[in-house]
Design a protein around this ligand. Structure first.
Ligand code: ARG
Length: 485
């Protein structure tokens, strides 16, 4: 009897509990349905275990910082979007409003505090010296008179200058490049932060690291925001919580002790280091081809228009076309590319996607060259053709489109193929603005394997095959056209 009462009471309590909690849970469900605000995080994924590209699996950016960012944003109800760039460009990206915050193992230095706001620190790092195992250096003094390396724009750059009379301080864009420079003997040692140095030496049996005599713990990693950002406060609350509830400890457990699985090879050339990376690299073929196609089409259309301007006999149009060609041929493509990508948001506020900027730059540039080629092709069409068309009373536009242009195109086919070949190869430049084309992927794999030759040779071969395929297709087409004569 008593038992029964107890049971009934329990049931009643449960029902009441659900009645109370139910609506609350519902509210939450509704909240979750509302689209979350997206925050863009800038990071430089050359810094395992904090951030690096997982080129063996998904090609996503992973690491301690990424997990932390995800957890913090989950807690605050935002959605995370990651934008990768070189470490050296992160602060500028914050200032330009390209990203909402930066998490990239960035130390909250006084100097940086003059241009950005920082959260409370979430990790403290110590500096170390990484070098070949044969020459282990324990202090900065021991490096006297040698060439020392550090990442461009990092605080390690300053530490490197503390070496007495260094022969040179080499500043490199990416941390893994330092390893290759040590291996090749171009630098004697590099200044690298602890967990990252551990990761490096794990992956490269030929390297050793020594912690620098510990400075006071002033090198705290923190999240950077644009000055006056509204997010600092709420991020700080979550960081404090994660310090207390052990979240950061857990993340350290997850990311720090893990030695890299590609225990480096000490063979001179060893293609087996590419194992697992090939699918990731191959995905770049599509990007490279798509991009080449878009810029070739744009170049052809624009180039045709410009060439018509040039032969139009209308002064302002001719001036415009000549000026255009002069400018686009007279300045380096790399400058045009970076200009379009970085200056567009500065001038117009439109955050132009990298692939679009690249297609535009290459299309505009190749239009300049093609306009000349097409003009020459048109001039080369027998004068009699035009005279005949005029005599037959065919209007100018129709004559151009259906009589002159097709013949011109056939004349210049070899030149067009040349232009496409150039586009395919030059497309490798787009890797500098972060488009994940073949070259960029090779760079990432180089960083991951700490070896250059294998990945570069593989992409060189892929480019070569692409060009071969293109040229043989063109030859077939040419033969066809000739038979049509
Ligand atoms: N903590 C150093 C700094 O703030 C190096 C950070 C480098 N981070 C990176 N993702 N490469 O200067």
């Amino acid at each position: 009897m008593n038992k029964r009462k107890l049971y009934n009471g329990l049931m009643l309590a449960l029902v009441l509990l659900f009645a109370l909690i139910g609506p609350v849970m519902n509210v939450h469900a509704q909240e979750a349905e509302a689209p979350k605000k997206k925050l863009i995080m800038g990071t430089s994924p050359d810094f395992p275990p904090f951030e690096s590209v997982d080129a063996k699996n998904t090609g996503d950016i992973v690491g301690f910082d990424i997990d932390t960012a995800n957890l913090i944003l989950d807690e605050l109800g935002y959605e995370l979007q990651i934008q990768s760039m070189d470490f050296n460009g992160l602060i500028a990206a914050l200032q330009a409003g390209r990203v909402d915050f930066v998490m990239s193992g960035m130390s909250a230095t006084e100097e940086r505090k003059t241009s950005v706001d920082f959260s409370e620190p979430y990790y403290y790092a110590r500096n170390s010296i990484v070098s070949k195992a044969e020459h282990s250096y324990e202090t900065l003094e021991a490096l006297e008179g040698l060439v020392v390396g550090a990442q461009l724009g990092s605080i390690q750059e300053k530490v490197a200058y503390e070496v007495p009379n260094p022969a040179d301080v080499r500043k490199l864009n990416k941390v893994p490049d330092l390893v290759q420079e040590i291996n090749s003997g171009r630098i004697a040692a590099a200044i690298v932060e602890d967990a990252v140095a551990v990761d490096m030496t794990n992956a490269n049996p030929g390297l050793v690291m020594n912690f620098l005599p510990s400075e006071e713990l002033d090198n705290g990693y923190a999240i950077a925001f644009p000055k006056g950002s509204p997010y600092v406060e709420e991020f700080n609350t979550v960081i404090a919580k994660f310090h207390e509830d052990g979240t950061f400890e857990e993340l350290k457990q997850k990311w720090f002790p893990e030695p890299k699985n590609n225990a480096g090879s000490d063979k001179l050339i060893d293609f087996s280091v590419l194992e697992g990376y090939v699918p990731y690299i191959m995905k770049g073929v599509g990007v490279t081809l798509l991009f080449t196609l878009v810029s070739a089409l744009l170049g052809l259309i624009l180039g045709s228009i410009l060439s018509l301007f040039k032969i139009s006999g209308i002064k302002p149009l001719m001036w415009f076309a000549t000026g255009y060609t002069s400018i686009f041929r007279g300045t380096p493509l790399l400058v045009q590319l970076t200009l379009i990508y970085y200056a567009t948001p500065q001038l117009t506020g439109y955050d132009i996607p990298a692939l679009l900027a690249a297609g535009l730059a290459f299309g505009l540039n190749s239009a300049a060259y093609l306009s000349e080629t097409i003009r020459a092709g048109i001039m080369a069409v027998d004068k009699g053709q035009q005279e005949a068309a005029i005599a037959l009373g065919i209007p100018y536009r129709k004559m151009m489109i259906s009589i002159i242009f097709p013949q011109a195109l056939r004349n210049i086919l070899p030149a067009l193929v040349n232009e496409c070949v150039a586009l395919i190869k030059e497309s490798s430049l787009v890797s500098v603005i972060g488009v994940a084309d073949l070259m960029r992927r090779a760079d990432i794999v180089r960083a991951d394997t700490f070896r250059s030759f294998e990945a570069l040779l593989l992409v060189a071969a892929i480019y070569y095959v692409l060009v071969l395929i293109l040229t043989s297709l063109a030859r077939m087409l040419e033969r066809r056209l000739r038979r049509g004569d």
